[in-house]
Design a binder for this molecule. Structure first.
Ligand code: SF4
Length: 458
């Protein structure tokens, strides 16, 4: 490790969070621009251990400010192949977080980094960050013979870098689009996010790219080849239990084993029953809107509110952590282009709301007859206007509204109305159990019926 680096570097800092009060400067993030990109380059084009900074270094930044930020890593080696780019690029995240006082979130063009006041006081420079990344990458991956890092903090240069990076991301994503799950006999899994979402096991198939959007099926395959004992592993498909929901015995077994038995069943293409777990670095969230019986998708870059009246950040806080949250999944934007996009739930025919920028981005993938029927924030940011919009445009979900009412009415005639929940926990406060302090009650597969609900302000 670079002897001059003024802070510690090691695995123990991976979970370090730098709160706003302790922030010296923000790099990229929701209020600025940024991206990270790793490319395999020819040997002669890479000068080993070279770190370049285009724009001001941390030491020249003012406390409390934010800066554009680009991280461009170039690696070379005789055994390096282009398919490894996405996988190695994803490791920028965990290796950056090994650096004390340097926090890294997300991936691709939604990165957000933060330098702590302590690290700035000790003189942490991007030169040190680059040198630490080079050391960490080279000691983990023998295939990297040479590595250089370029940081961008100057606005125009960062903008140009982001534009170029997006072209590479698009090319990588497009490569897997022609491949179907049926064409392959194994999928891949990734455990990288277990450092903060311990139950999370990503399943990567040709039609379901990783939740962070960084690792496609091809990249999973390349990763296993060079690092067979690493965090990315093979998942034999096994038996196809439910083709519509995307349930495979191999995925269930691998998930159960790698989540320490916490998650036993996974549906790759449904929000209901046993949806895929969500970590925290997903690019977007798909969410069920019961009031219209439709599905919305919101991405990280959208700063407005969804029809639930909450923004992406609030929803992400409730959905992430590696659990299965029925009605919600963290996903890659690329999954919106998948021919199997939430196919068990109706796919595009159930899609009722998207931020305008996201709708524009996937416009070519949307069926022509649905394009005008999917609302954006320009049409509705609350439930009632959304309902009115869908009704006026004749969205396919509207046909189900009447049916649902009929089903409910029928249910009432059969007995007490209820809400079926797979699992519900509640503290014993208010429940008369002797010595019940500190205990909670868990109802599994309960159907709840209440004649009256009393809410008391304390
Ligand atoms: S989101 Fe999934 S694929 Fe991406 S780093 Fe996390 S676990 Fe791996």
């Amino acid at each position: 490790m670079d002897k001059d680096i003024p802070v510690d570097v090691g695995l123990i800092y991976e979970g370090e969070r730098i709160r706003k009060a302790n922030m010296f400067v923000d790099l990229a993030g929701p209020k600025s621009i940024g991206a990270e990109l790793l490319r395999v380059a020819p040997m002669e084009k890479v000068k080993d251990k070279k770190v370049t900074i285009i724009g001001p270094d941390i030491t020249e930044m003012e406390e409390g400010t934010k800066s554009p930020f680009g991280v461009f890593v170039e690696v070379a080696g005789k055994k390096m192949e282009e398919d490894l780019e996405g996988v190695l690029e994803r490791r920028i995240h965990d290796f950056s977080n090994y650096i004390q006082g340097y926090m890294h979130l997300n991936s691709r063009d939604i990165i957000w980094c933060r330098i702590s006041k302590d690290a700035a006081k000790k003189g942490l420079s991007l030169k040190h960050v680059g040198a630490a990344l080079i050391d960490l990458f080279k000691s983990e991956f023998d295939v990297i013979e040479k590595m250089q890092v370029t940081f961008y903090t100057e606005e125009d240069a960062t903008k140009k870098f982001i534009e170029d990076a997006r072209k590479v991301f698009e090319k990588r994503d497009a490569r897997v689009r022609g491949l179907k799950d049926e064409d392959v006999d194994k999928f891949y899994g990734c455990l990288l996010c277990q450092s903060f979402a311990p139950q999370h096991v990503c399943t990567i198939t040709p039609t379901r790219t990783s939740s962070c959007g960084s690792i496609s099926w091809f990249e999973g395959r390349a990763a296993v080849k060079v690092d067979p004992k690493g965090p990315i592993f093979e998942i034999p498909k096994g038996e196809e239990i439910d083709p519509l929901r995307g349930e495979y015995s191999g995925v269930n077994e691998a998930t159960k084993k790698r989540s320490n038995g916490e998650v036993e069943i996974v549906y790759l293409h449904s929000l209901f029953g046993h949806p895929h777990t969500s970590c925290g670095c997903f690019e977007a969230i798909a969410f069920y809107i019961p009031d219209v019986d439709g599905i919305g998708v919101v991405h990280r870059d959208f700063h407005g509110v969804t029809p639930f009246g909450i923004p992406f950040s609030t929803m992400a806080g409730q959905v992430g952590g590696g659990v299965q949250s029925e009605g919600f999944i963290g996903m890659a934007i690329e999954y919106l282009r998948s021919p199997k996009f939430l196919q068990a739930d109706g796919g595009y025919n159930r899609l009722v709301w998207l931020p305008k920028a996201l709708k524009d981005r996937i416009e070519n993938e949307l069926p022509a007859e649905l394009k005008d029927k999917i609302a954006t924030e320009e049409d509705a940011t609350e439930i009632d206007p959304l309902k009115a919009f869908l009704k006026e445009k004749g969205h396919p979900v509207v046909e189900n509204w009447g049916k649902e009412e009929e089903e409910k009415a029928e249910d009432v005639t059969k007995g007490a109305p209820g809400i079926a929940v797979p699992e519900l926990s509640m503290p014993v406060s208010g429940v008369p159990i002797a010595g019940g302090g500190g205990i909670s009650i868990t109802f599994k597969n309960a159907k709840i019926y209440a004649e009256k609900i009393i809410i008391t302000r304390k």
